[in-house]
Design a protein around this ligand. Structure first.
Ligand SMILES: [Zn+2]
Ligand SMILES: [Zn+2]
Length: 343
C-alpha cells in the first residue's frame, strides 16, 4: 500500500471528480490533469470510499445556500494520505484516514473558544464550501482528519464519518438516562446508532416510512425492540426521540410519543417546516432540540465507541460515476443502510 501510494503521489496521472456546476443540475464527471498540491496544514488524500449522506441531497437540491462555485459533494471520506503540506505533524503518507463534514473552523470566535466549534460562525464544510470526496483525490485540513478503527473496511468505515458521528451527537443529546429511545427514519445514521444504543442496554423503537418493510426488518435484526410505521403510536412512552428523517411533521408526532420531561432531537441539517401543534404536546417539560454539525471531540469519542462495538455497517455500493443514481436512490428510499461510492 505504501509503495502504491507513493507511486500515485509522484505521477501526475489524470483523476476524476463528480462535480455539480449549479444547484438542481446532475453531477458531471470531470477530469483533472494535475494532482492537487496540499497547502500549509493540508493533506492530499487518495479516496478509497465516500459515503452518500442525506445532506448531500440538501446540497445538490439547493436546500442549503449555494456556495457560489462548482461543488464536489461528499463528506464521509475514507482514503490514504498521499502527500503532506508544510507543517503537518502526526500524519504519515500511506496512513488511512477519514474526513468528516466539519472541514475548517476559525478557532477564534466565541463558539470555537467555548468548545462549540460545531457552531463556528466562519466554519467551512467538506463537500459544500470545500471540494469533497465524490472524487479520486481530495485535499483536507489535517486538523480535521480522523484515524479510523481498523476493524472496518474502507467502505464500511465511510458511513461512520457522518451517519455514525452525527447519530452519536444526537444520541448523546438524548441524555445518559434515556432508556427507551425512538429513532424516526431508519437509514444510515439510525442503523448505526441503534446498535450503539442496544449495546449500551437501551431499548430501541424504530419508526420508518409507512410500509418500508426492509428498513423495519433491518431494525429488528440489529436489536430494535419494536419497528413500525412512523404514523403508528409508540408502543410505550419514549424517553427520547431522535429524528433522522427530514420531515418536520414528525416533530409533533415524536412529541406525542415522548413522556413528560422527554426530548425530541432533530438531527438533520435541513427539515421541511414543522406544522403547528397544541401547546399541551410540548407541556410537561418536553424539549425539542437540534443537532448542528459535529466537533472534533465527537469524532474522537465516536471512533473510540466504534472501535469497541463491532458495528454491522449495511453498505449499498455504487461506482463513483454512479453518484447521481446513488443520490436518486437515497431520495426515493430504494435501499436500506448506507450508500457508498468507490472510485
Ligand atoms: Zn452527512
Ligand atoms: Zn469559530
Amino acid at each position: 500500500m505504501g509503495d502504491a501510494q507513493a507511486a500515485c503521489a509522484m505521477t501526475d496521472q489524470p483523476w476524476c471528480a463528480m462535480e455539480m456546476a449549479a444547484p438542481g443540475r446532475p453531477l458531471q464527471q470531470v477530469w483533472r490533469q494535475r494532482l492537487p498540491q496540499p497547502g500549509p496544514g493540508q493533506v492530499r488524500i487518495h479516496v478509497a470510499a465516500c459515503g452518500v449522506c442525506r445532506t448531500d441531497l440538501h446540497v445538490v437540491d439547493g436546500d442549503l445556500p449555494w456556495p457560489g462555485h462548482a461543488v464536489v459533494p461528499g463528506h464521509e471520506i475514507v482514503g490514504h494520505v498521499g502527500a503532506l503540506g508544510a507543517g503537518v505533524a502526526g500524519l504519515e503518507v500511506g496512513q488511512r484516514v477519514g474526513v468528516p463534514w466539519l472541514g475548517w473552523t476559525c478557532g477564534r470566535c466565541e463558539h470555537c473558544l467555548a468548545g462549540r466549534e460545531n457552531l463556528c460562525t466562519g466554519a467551512r464544510f467538506t463537500g459544500w464550501q470545500i471540494a469533497g470526496g465524490y472524487a479520486e483525490q481530495v485535499l483536507a485540513d489535517a486538523r480535521f482528519v480522523f484515524a479510523l478503527p481498523s476493524r472496518y473496511g474502507d467502505e464500511e468505515a465511510a458511513p461512520l464519518l457522518c451517519a455514525g458521528l452525527i447519530g452519536w451527537r444526537a444520541y448523546a443529546m438524548a441524555g445518559a438516562q434515556a432508556q427507551r429511545i425512538g429513532l424516526y427514519g431508519f437509514g444510515a445514521a439510525a442503523h448505526l446508532i441503534a446498535q450503539v444504543a442496544v449495546h449500551q442496554g437501551r431499548e430501541v423503537f424504530a419508526f420508518t416510512r409507512p410500509g418500508d418493510t426492509p428498513a423495519q426488518d433491518l431494525a429488528r435484526s440489529l436489536g430494535a425492540a419494536w419497528a413500525g410505521d412512523s404514523e403508528q403510536a409508540a408502543p410505550k412512552p419514549l424517553d427520547a426521540a431522535l429524528l433522522f428523517a427530514p420531515v418536520g411533521a414528525l416533530v409533533p408526532t415524536a412529541l406525542q410519543a415522548v413522556r413528560p420531561g422527554g426530548t425530541v432531537v432533530c438531527a438533520g441539517i435541513h427539515m421541511s417546516d414543522i406544522p403547528s401543534f397544541p401547546y399541551r404536546w410540548l407541556w410537561g417539560e418536553r424539549r425539542i432540540v437540534s443537532v448542528a454539525n459535529l466537533t472534533r471531540q465527537d469524532g474522537l469519542d465516536f471512533m473510540r465507541v466504534a472501535a469497541e462495538i463491532p458495528l454491522q455497517v449495511r453498505v449499498h455500493r455504487y461506482a463513483l460515476a454512479q453518484a447521481n443514481q446513488a443520490l436518486d436512490d437515497l431520495r426515493a428510499g430504494r435501499f436500506a443502510g448506507a450508500a457508498v461510492l468507490t472510485p
